[in-house]
Design a protein around this ligand. Sequence first.
Ligand SMILES: *Cc1c(COP(=O)(O)O)cnc(C)c1O
Length: 393
Amino acid sequence: MAGRNFLFIPGPTNVPERIQNAMHISQEDMRASDFPEFTLSLFADLKQVFRTKHGRAFIFPSSGTGAWEAAISNTLSPNDKVLMSSFGHFSHLWVDMCQRHGLDVHALEVDWGEGVPVEEYRRILEADKNREIKGVFATHNETATGVTSDVAAVRRALDETGHPALLYVDGVSSIASIDFRMDEWGVDLAVSGSQKGFMMPTGLGLLGVSQKALEAMASARLPRTFFSFEDMMRVNDDGYFPYTPATILLRGLRASLDMLLEEGLENVFRRQHRMGEAVRKAVQAWGLRLVAKEPKWHSDTVSAIYVPDGFDGNEVVRHAYRRYNLALSVSLSKIAGKAFRIGHLGDLNELMLLTPITGAEMAMKDLGIPVELGSGVAAAQEYLRSTSAQIRN
Ligand SMILES: *Cc1c(COP(=O)(O)O)cnc(C)c1O
């Protein structure tokens, strides 16, 4: 097919040329004497993106799922009680992983379209007088539904009940895209991956780990080898890895961190917010509904959009791909077929964002969904035209 493929799924995201070029290099010796000069700055700058001064950064050759596993296996023991909530494909999968690791999982089922039920968490923490709950989990941005939760409020619930549990946050589709403050919010395990906000290929599991979590490691008895923080720490401080690191991806990570820090995280968040708002304006103009039930849940990195009854959202995705070479994203499990998703995170600007809006409009029209051609595009254009990408001081 002539012309390019347009990728607007919530990960992997578009890899900018600068990062591609940084990875277009020969293999190198990961035990070379000058390798640490390169790697040590990666840990330092990754900590800036996680917004932690006091914690440690870890880089595993894995996807985000591996970073989930690293977070739990290094800090918990079999039968430890953990408080979780499930409101989409990804929050559900983390629950499933904890169950398979033999944890005593207390998982609250929440309607899809809502996020972490902080008030219920607070009640449960308050009632946990014997402090049996060892971990409290929050999926910051549920990628399946386009729902962002209030992590700072989960921290307040822990603080106000004086509860000592560790706070685990899935930030795979939020960190480096949506405001995230590891130290300020007292996040103990912050989980991310390379192929979303970091604008890279899949292949790096990235974690921020607090001192409190590192202390918990001493008594945590879940088995870990590949994902052992201890093994990593033993050599990371000297700039090396316990097994072969993904050196090409580390070179890409260098370029990614440079781009994020040069733009400035505040500017990145603001740009992402405008991308989210522009898509929401389009959805409104189409007369359609987001899966996210209320504005407080709106995600700036992905929008899940219900199609009207009698239509199939996954057919919109299929048609957009086959006819227009546009990759939108299907809806999963509980809402499969009821919605489609537009990923709007990573290396994006205004005009790029108009493409999936245009394409979704055409695909929906082709399938008989009653949307007016140009309506969503015009609403997004008007919003983008009249707002600024830069922080105004
Ligand atoms: C993508 C994603 C994951 C899983 O990451 P993989 O890299 O696919 O293993 C986990 N949580 C959220 C919120 C995600 O968006």
